[in-house]
Design a protein around this ligand. Structure first.
Ligand SMILES: NC(=O)c1ccc[n+]([C@@H]2O[C@H](COP(=O)([O-])OP(=O)(O)OC[C@H]3O[C@@H](n4cnc5c(N)ncnc54)[C@H](O)[C@@H]3O)[C@@H](O)[C@H]2O)c1
Length: 361
């Protein structure tokens, strides 16, 4: 069976379908293809508008359950997004983070190897480890990785993701592709603490929450670390380029070879969107002031806090994450296009509209 977007017989399993990337991928699959979706997640609160869609079946279940894994692996294409992936949890819940980012994906990969499904597994740009401020482009197949000491439990997530990649790559007969996201941003990202989640969300939702509540943005260790923020819409376009390029090969039962996009890890990031976290804070303050029609000088100044003070013992960081995007360009013709300001304005406007209860006025 080949993978064609106009084929109504194909069902894609999206695991972690109710999350940030999953909800965008679900919308895009329903809008751009005739496929059906088997969505799995622990909850689906972001997907109220899709729950009665006749092309979708949703299973509210835990990937830790073997019976759930077996069910998912029945589908020809499996996109695994399920993970604990909030940095604030990497320190205090290291064992749970490792189970989520290694044990569960390993079990799913084993089942996909048996059933012949094409597994598109979401890893992370954190697998490049503790990069220095002057580190160059991170290349999928040649850049070495250095991690912090075992006492720096920040690395629980990255090392579990890396081991999952190695397990996947080592499984005989598995048709796999690994995706390494570089700081995707967009609507539906994370939560507002105390409203629909607890703890510290990732930086976009963290800064958006502070702006909405009229609180200072907290710059961990001065906000010197740099990241390439990438619109989630570019990420979804990448996946469609991947599906288009890999479908025929991956779905063709019996094609024992692994050409093109199979047995590959891909960076997905926007190299033109690199900023330090302090610069990000400045941009978000300006956009928020514009969205709310206020002068930026009326917003509280950012505050510097130490990593340990903010996240707890075991905090550590990568100082720069600049992807090489040559492989995605060469094999898929894909290049991220959405500028940082556009992505931030869309994300922040959504956040304000979604969560504003007058808390900042
Ligand atoms: N968003 C990014 O910038 C980014 C960066 C690096 C890596 N990633 C990776 O991409 C994937 C998706 O990220 P996201 O930003 O959409 O995260 P998210 O937290 O918004 O979504 C993950 C979803 O997985 C679900 N989930 C977690 N454990 C589960 C389990 N045991 N069973 C069933 N569902 C479970 C969660 O409920 C959540 O809805 C993750 O693997 C993450 O590590 C994302």
């Amino acid at each position: 069976m080949n993978l064609r977007f106009d084929d109504s017989c194909i069902t894609v399993a999206i695991v972690g379908c109710g999350g940030f990337i999953g909800s965008h991928l679900l919308d895009a699959v329903l809008e751009r293809t005739r496929w059906r979706v088997f969505g799995v997640d622990l909850d689906f609160y972001r997907l109220q508008h899709r729950l009665n869609d006749e092309r979708c079946e949703f299973l509210c279940a835990d990937l830790a359950e073997p019976v759930v894994v077996e069910r998912i692996a029945q589908f020809p294409l499996v996109v695994n997004l399920a993970a604990i992936c909030t940095p604030s949890r990497y320190m205090g819940e290291a064992c749970e983070v490792i189970r989520s980012n290694y044990d569960h994906p390993a079990a799913l990969a084993t089942a996909c190897a048996k059933s012949g499904s094409w597994l598109v597994h979401f890893s992370t740009s954190e697998i490049y480890g503790r990069t220095a401020p002057d580190s160059g482009e991170l290349e999928e197949d040649s850049t070495p990785a250095v991690f912090g000491p075992v006492t720096a439990s920040r690395w629980s997530y990255a090392t579990a993701k890396l081991l999952a990649e190695r397990f996947i790559a080592g499984l005989p007969d598995l048709k796999w592709t690994v995706v390494r996201p570089f700081n995707f941003v967009g609507p539906y990202m994370d939560f507002m603490p105390g409203v629909d989640g607890e703890g510290i969300p990732r930086v976009l939702a963290n800064f958006s929450t502070a702006l909405l509540r009229g609180e200072p943005l907290k710059l961990v260790n001065g906000g010197k670390a740099k990241r390439c923020f990438t619109s989630v819409h570019d990420a979804v376009d990448f996946l469609f380029a991947l599906f288009a390029a890999g479908g025929a090969v991956a779905m063709d039962a019996g094609s024992g070879t692994a050409p093109g996009v199979l047995s590959q890890a891909f960076n997905v990031g926007n190299v033109e969107n690199e900023v330090s976290i302090a610069e990000l804070a400045g941009k978000m303050r300006s956009i928020f002031a514009k969205v709310r029609g206020v002068d930026v000088s009326t917003l509280p100044e950012p505050q510097i806090v130490s990593g340990e003070e903010y996240y707890g013992a075991g905090y550590d960081d990568s100082m720069r994450r600049m992807p090489s995007v040559a492989k995605a360009q060469r094999l898929l013709g894909f290049k991220a296009r959405i500028p940082l300001e556009v992505a931030l304005e869309e994300s922040l406007s959504w956040f304000v509209k979604h969560y504003d209860t007058g808390a900042s006025s």
